[in-house]
Write a protein of this length. Sequence first.
Length: 465
Amino acid sequence: MSKKIASARITEKSSKLLQELNNSLPFDKILYKEDIEGSIAHAFMLSEQGIISKEDYKEINRGLNEILEEIESGEFKLNGDDEDIHMAIEGRLTEKIGDAGKRLHTARSRNDQVALDFRLYVQKNTKKIAKLLLKNIETLINLAKDNTSTLLPGMTHLQHAQPINFGYHLMAYASMFKRDYERFISSFHRNNLSPIGCAALAGTPHPINREITSSKLGFKEPTLNCLDTVSDRDFALEVLFNISTMLMHISRFSEEIILWSSSEFKFITLSDRHATGSSIMPQKKNPDIPELLRAKTGRANGNLIALLTVMKGLPLAYNKDMQEDKEGVFDSIKTALLSLEVLEEMVSQMKVNRQNMEKACMIGHLSATDLADYLVKEIGIAFRDAYHITGGVVNLAENKGLDISELSLEDLQSVDSRIGESVIELLDNRASMNARNSEGGTSSARTKEQIEKMSLWIELQKEEI
């Protein structure tokens, strides 16, 4: 086209530098489906309201569907001199169907059009991410089911603390991902409102019906205030925050997988499909996938901070600054989807080395707290005194080169003669793990209870999503 379709006021040809700075088509072309979907719904509403003729709607609908096919087949190349995807599609539509195409933009602005396309994209991908989170939770649950009796040293400060079971540890990450899922679903419902019909900022004098487009596009209802709507990017900020938080959880899990797969731990073995070798050291098997997943958090955090910074000083309503809202969101969503897919595949195929986990429980006197609790409950010693007596027992075990659970009754009574024979059984690591039977605790029974509750919750989500 010799003249841009959105340049009525401008009489001089744009500077090449302006065109380069202003051109968003290289990245917003990803929204072509949403733009066509929104335009068809808008045209349908215009025809229902008598604003355009039924014949024009039919031509617009036909033309837009043909353009969709052209884009997906590669016939229509989205690399022309149009400044964005919206103008590219509208220009092509007018080329194909003539004056009917020029009527499509009646009662809308690029401001509400952009807001619609972007919101549709975020909403669709929010559900995709949520579904992948459920799949990851299921994978963790299945692995946890097989390991409710597998002893693992529970840690604080990365130091051995108390015996837990591996299934319990996995359910901690399942709980994190559950919160992530709930954040995405909450955002989906909160932002499931239609922007189209708000026009530039103040609505339109045309007799439109926003309920029609809202319903046709799958939104709950139209947005309340048009001034807010065209300048709102909270939905984009929310998905960026949700992704950053989720990737932070994935990063924490990845860090543990990296540690567990090391020679020092040997708690798990990654599939060869999910590890790489070294270019110089033939014996190496590197955990590249969890390392890369760990790094993705920084990328997502940067995208969140970038958009927060773009939005922080903008007056109402739309400002061109907001063109910078998309690339970070596109990148974070792509990163989130890939990260969840590869994490689930890696975890489902990794081998658990149970013997090494249980062997590690003999380091660090994991049942020491059980001795202190015994002294309080069975003998009536004040906890702080029991704490110091237990410290003496630990020192004795250290001097003997033994774990506290390996000490004899004679050894224990040499520190405090009030210690009875029943404590020997309590200091066994498996008994210690199962003694923590309070709600939410690590006992095998409580871990199975957590698995059952989470499994029931997942089934409910599948019915809704």
